[in-house]
Write a protein that binds this ligand. Structure first.
Ligand code: SF4
Length: 63
């Protein structure tokens, strides 16, 4: 699945990074960066937890 982030909604609180640091990373300017845009069998559970945890509903998954 493709990982999408609505950067207009993101408030850079790093919740997703704490749950899936292999995918989400805040840069030095506190902008969220995606380290990959595709889920893998290894990261998909963590990515789904990040989707559920994001208080801004900024992360979504697309087939
Ligand atoms: S959890 Fe949501 S609001 Fe927080 S940094 Fe990640 S995408 Fe942005």
């Amino acid at each position: 699945m493709k990982i999408k982030v609505d950067f207009d909604l993101c408030e850079s609180n790093a919740l997703c990074e704490s749950l899936a640091p292999e995918v989400f990373e805040l840069d030095d300017d506190d902008f969220l960066q995606l380290r990959t845009e595709e889920t893998t069998p290894e990261n998909v559970d963590a990515v789904k937890r990040a989707v559920a945890a994001c208080p801004r509903a900024a992360i979504s998954l697309e087939d």
